[in-house]
Each structure stands twice: as structure tokens, then as C-alpha cells.
Unconditional design. Structure first.
Length: 88
């Protein structure tokens, strides 16, 4: 997945570079060059996931495995969201 600036001055930026930049040099926001398509079946299968598992599934659509392995991303999302609480 590559990212581009909303102002058009930057394209082809990796996920890690986009995170580290914050804003693009042209002061635009960095957004995905394409939006992944997710089937209704996939969305339905996510219904029983915990918040951290769901976060992993969604974030993994936007992060190349060459940049962050699935195992590392899963651990990062678990650590980030393990204390997240929602009302049922």
C-alpha cells in the first residue's frame, strides 16, 4: 500500500514513511492511493472479533507485509488496544 498527499505534491510513499512524515512536505494529508475492497462475507466474519483483532484486520489492509510482518502488526495492535473498553 502506498500513500499520496491530498495536495498532489507527494505520491508513492510507504506506510512507515507516511507515519513518520505526519504531514506531507506540501502540507497535505497522506492518504492511501487506493481504498481496499472488503466483501460482505469478510465484514460478517469480523463480527465476533475482539477490538484488537478487528483493528489488526482493518489496519493490515493498509500496511504492506514487507514493511511490518503480520505477527509484529498483530502484537502492536494487541498492545495498543488491550485495555480498550466498550459498552455492550
Amino acid at each position: 500500500m502506498k500513500y499520496r498527499s491530498t495536495r498532489g505534491g507527494v505520491a508513492g510513499v510507504s506506510f512507515i514513511d507516511a507515519v513518520m512524515m505526519g504531514l506531507a512536505p506540501d502540507r497535505g494529508l497522506l492518504v492511501p492511493e487506493t481504498i481496499p475492497k472488503v466483501s460482505a462475507e469478510t465484514i460478517a466474519s469480523w463480527k465476533s472479533l475482539s477490538f484488537s483483532e478487528l483493528a489488526f484486520e482493518i489496519i493490515s489492509l493498509y500496511v504492506s507485509r514487507e514493511e511490518i510482518s503480520a505477527e509484529k502488526l498483530r502484537e502492536m495492535t494487541r498492545l495498543a488496544y488491550e485495555t480498550f473498553r466498550t459498552a455492550l
